[in-house]
Design a protein. Structure first.
Length: 277
């Protein structure tokens, strides 16, 4: 066990140098500070270019034209991809595809963050009405500011913690015309239980799966067993990003461009689309 820990720290030093090693130690000690690496500085350089070009509005894709404060609960390192329009683009495209097929009216976004998905979807008239849940106070403030920037304060209702009772208490006219978009960092395995799906079995779901955060493999299996009882499922494939979609960025080197479009994820993420049986 001790040898494995030492190896991890040595590997960190080998690929990231002394700064990455120090940052890993600071993170282990739960110190809320990190030194900027060379990669961080290149991402900052790219983000500043994107902010200038975009005027803080999404530049391409289904969310084009939506305006955002250049700040995020998770930090600013995913803002480049958000403003370019490539952020979770496979999820964006899937939402639009099934919305056009099913003619959804309402979107319920649990784990809405600063509102990137739901605000963009409402702003671009893909849905009539939005319901958002976000428990983080700082993200709630950003969400409200982004609502105001896009002049859609009356079209989305923002709430705090999401659980079965809090969602049931909200008036949703037609569950068959409702899409749930859920990204709650592993909390999906607690929230989405048998009782939840019994109540919302006529709705549609797109859920980001955080299996790697859950050590209890029985809990993960139980989740998928319950899902398969009520829904037909499809894993949403993460298609490759178009690095050259924004012509104004063509003079930026490939290395900087790829770093700038990184969504800063710890591993490959999977999204599950669930359609009622």
């Amino acid at each position: 066990m001790q040898k494995n820990k030492v190896k991890k720290y040595l590997d960190t030093y080998k690929y990231g140098g002394i700064i990455e090693l120090i940052n890993r130690i600071l993170n282990k000690l739960k110190i809320g500070f990190k030194f900027k690496t060379q990669i961080d500085r290149k991402k900052d350089f790219f983000l500043n270019k994107v902010i200038t070009l975009s005027n803080s509005k999404v530049m391409a894709g289904p969310y084009k034209g939506t305006e955002f404060m250049v700040k995020s609960h998770w930090g600013s390192y995913d803002m480049s991809s958000k403003l370019i329009g490539s952020y979770e683009r496979h999820v964006q495209d899937k939402i639009i595809e099934i919305k056009n097929q099913k003619e959804f009216e309402t979107i319920v976004n649990i784990g809405a963050g600063e509102g990137y998905h739901i605000i963009s979807l409402i702003k671009n008239n893909h849905f009539n009405h939005g319901i958002a849940f976000e428990i983080d106070r700082e993200s709630q403030k950003l969400f409200k500011n982004n609502l105001t920037l896009n002049n859609i304060e009356k079209k989305i209702n923002l709430y705090g913690e999401a659980n079965l009772e809090s969602i049931k208490n909200i008036s949703i006219e037609n569950y068959k015309k409702t899409l749930f978009l859920i990204d709650i960092e592993g909390g999906e395995f607690n929230l989405l239980n048998e009782d939840f799906f019994k109540y919302f079995k006529e709705s549609y779901f797109i859920v980001e799966l955080h299996d790697f955060m859950i050590k209890d493999h029985i809990k993960i299996k139980r989740f998928h067993d319950i899902v398969n009882n009520y829904f037909n499922t499809e894993l949403i494939k993460n298609n490759s990003i178009n690095l050259f979609e924004i012509e104004e960025l063509n003079l930026v080197s490939d290395n900087v461009r790829m770093l700038g479009l990184s969504e800063n994820r710890p591993t490959k993420m999977n999204w599950l689309f669930m359609e009622p049986k």
